[in-house]
Design a protein. Structure first.
Length: 660
């Protein structure tokens, strides 16, 4: 094989030296050479024994001996061959066995055939010895050195036989010797070229294989890149969609259930705003790694679904498995203890909210199950975050009923399904009617009422709250303020409305249209909802304050944002949540309420307490010198037409209080 190193062969790369390529060629051709040698020897033995017919024709007197010799040599060589195969001998050893078998076959034939009395026939018959020489060069895949050595040995045996065979003329010996030498040279050259060609074929095939492997590797890399999120290394949305379709097919075909979990990083916008986007990216990477480990341990798959949202797909046998997985995801992220000092819910580490949906007998579309998980996630965020919500068709927040409400909200104003009622706000010390809070009401097309706790979250989720909010502002101006039924009317506004471009301009235009000054309109911002501190919200509130519009903080004490907002925004009124008044049955509750009142009073804010439902409540508020109260004892919510009677009643009560 060293002779092959000098041949002109294709280059397969500098990563392999010539010696390494030869070793690789030997390794990869090992099994193939064994099979070629086995097949070649079986054919050679068959042909060798078949030539017994010519023995009967040319040397019939010794044919019996030559035939026995042929059979013995053939059977012995084949037995040795199969034994070597069974022992898993190397291809080189099997080649040596085959070469020795060929030489043995020639020697045995010469020794038995030379005793014939047909000397002239034997003289010409000896020329068939060239077949043995050609066989080792042409019929097998011997290495060049072995082929040359065995054929040269065959040549020496032939020449020796010519020399010792007396009856043959010298001229005949020279002619046969020249013929045999020519065969040796020719077949040796052919063997050399065949070995070179085999090596070239190997090199070409090896280079093609390398190119194919490189192309496949590039293809796999491109496929991986097209299915991988560049930031987190998780599957991207395209890969997730393919995985979802695969699970859906299994569900359709084999009823193999699966769950979809949407995971959202809580307060991530605030994290980005305060720590910076680079830290935000590092946070997402860390959360992704934690979620990946948690899902892998449970046999689930995870991908990034967009922004700070991840999706988990898990095969399940029952809903409890999906709930345990979701709880585990929440716990694993919280256990990472990634600092998040700027969130407003009292938690100082990064957490996640999870919405869960799973295949049920009613599940008919793949898109439906993802949509259900999204609705459950929205409910989890509305429920305070850092929790798990499972889609429930019977739950108005997540169930199918909310989809009906979402559809009805699109036509609610046109079909006059929305209305406003007004709850009085009274001065504690004078009993006078100071104002009213506008409360939104909705009914179904068949007249069935829908509670605000049901339709307001749907309106906020779908964006319908923007149109409803503007309608409420215009209606309040028309029904209460323009008719001077009250001096001040308050309207609840959502974060979505405050972030909406042009909101302050719309308020200004509405006030101007009805000839009203801004101080007669108040907007209530609920502490319990998330209000991101961004430039849009702050700018909008500043613009509203410049219009003279009052800004009230609603449900104070129910969340963790109140103190932060008191520091940032100059509120006109703070409404203390009803729960603090109702806790005053115990001394601990009264102490808590007095502390809150003291805090607000030191900041110079007007205080309104909600939930006044008894005379005792009103007396307590008078004793605590509260500015305003609101509740069923003061007046229940009523439409604008009936609110005028409430107004007159409270005015009369105020006159009576003054005369007393």
């Amino acid at each position: 094989m060293h002779m092959l190193a000098d041949t002109n062969v294709p280059t397969v790369g500098s990563a392999y030296s010539a010696e390494q390529m030869r070793n690789l060629y030997r390794q990869e051709s090992e099994d193939g050479r064994k099979q070629v040698t086995r097949r070649g020897l079986w054919i050679a033995v068959f042909a060798y024994v078949a030539y017994s017919v010519t023995d009967l024709l040319f040397v019939p007197d010794v044919a019996a001996h030559t035939i026995v010799g042929r059979v013995i040599v053939g059977i012995t060589s084949l037995c040795l061959l199969e034994l070597l195969l069974r022992l898993k001998a190397s291809a080189d050893l099997m080649d040596v066995n085959a070469a020795l078998a060929v030489l043995a076959g020639y020697v045995v034939w010469l020794l038995t055939a030379e005793k014939t009395i047909y000397a002239e026939a034997f003289t010409y018959y000896m020329a068939f010895g060239a077949i043995f020489m050609m066989s080792v060069n042409l019929f097998f895949s011997f290495r060049f050195r072995l082929a040359v050595a065995s054929s040269a040995t065959n040549l020496l045996i032939f020449i020796s036989a010519l020399y010792f065979f007396e009856p043959m003329l010298l001229l005949h010996k020279l002619i046969l010797g020249a013929f045999c030498i020519s065969c040796f040279i020719f077949t040796a050259y052919v063997n050399l070229e065949l070995n070179r060609e085999r090596y070239k074929v190997f090199l070409n095939a090896f280079e093609a294989r390398l190119q194919q492997e490189a192309a496949e590797e590039r293809g796999r890399a491109l496929l991986h890149l097209s299915h991988t999120d560049s930031l987190t290394g998780l599957e991207n949305r395209r890969a997730v969609d393919q995985r979802l379709r695969s699970h859906w097919q299994d569900w359709q075909t084999y009823q193999r259930g699966f769950a979809v979990l949407l995971v959202d990083v809580d307060f991530f916008k605030r994290y980005n705003d305060f720590y910076g986007h680079q830290e935000g990216d590092r946070c997402l990477i860390a959360v992704a790694q934690g979620l990946d480990q948690a899902t892998a341990a449970r046999g689930a798959a995870i991908g990034r679904y967009g922004g700070e949202e991840f999706i988990v797909i898990a095969p399940i046998d029952n809903p409890e498995q999906a709930i345990r997985l979701a709880d585990g995801l929440c716990a694993s992220v919280q256990a990472m203890a990634l600092p998040h000092e700027y969130r407003r819910d009292g938690t100082s580490v990064v957490t996640v909210s999870v919405g869960v949906s799973y295949t049920r007998s009613q599940t008919k579309q793949l898109e439906k199950i993802v949509h259900e998980a999204d609705r459950a996630l929205y409910a989890a965020k509305a429920n305070g975050r850092n929790c798990v919500m499972v889609f429930d068709p019977e739950d108005p927040q997540t169930g199918d009923e909310s989809e009906n409400i979402a559809a009805i909200l699109r036509i609610a104003l046109e079909q006059r399904l929305m209305s406003l009622v007004y709850q009085p706000i009274c001065n504690v010390q004078t009993g006078a009617l100071d104002g009213a809070e506008a409360l939104m009401r909705m009914k179904m097309p068949d007249g069935t009422p829908v509670t605000p706790n049901t339709f307001i979250p749907v309106a906020e989720r779908t964006g319908a709250i923007v149109e409803l909010g503007r309608w409420a502002i215009r209606t309040v101006c028309e029904e209460l303020l323009a008719t001077n039924r009250v001096q001040v009317a308050s309207v609840n506004v959502s974060p979505t409305e405050l972030k909406m471009p042009g909101f302050a301009a719309y308020v200004a235009a509405t006030l101007a249209e009805h000839g009203l000054i801004g101080t007669r309109l108040a907007f209530e911002i609920t502490e319990g909802v998330e209000l991101e501190v961004d430039t849009e919200v702050v700018r909008c509130i500043s613009e509203l304050k410049r219009l003279g519009v009052q800004i009230w903080l609603d449900d104070f004490g129910t969340g963790f944002a109140g103190l932060s907002w008191l520091r940032m925004i100059e509120f006109d009124t703070v409404k203390i949540d009803r729960s603090f008044l109702h806790d005053c049955a115990e001394e601990r509750g009264r102490v808590m309420l007095r502390d809150i009142i003291s805090l607000l009073r030191h900041r110079g804010l007007r205080i309104l307490v909600e939930g006044v439902e008894t005379e005792e409540h009103e007396d307590l508020m008078r004793a605590y010198r509260i500015d305003q109260i609101q509740g069923y004892h003061v007046g229940r919510p009523a439409p604008a037409a009936r609110f005028a009677m409430v107004d007159r009643f409270r005015s009369a009560a105020a006159v009576g209080l003054s005369s007393a």
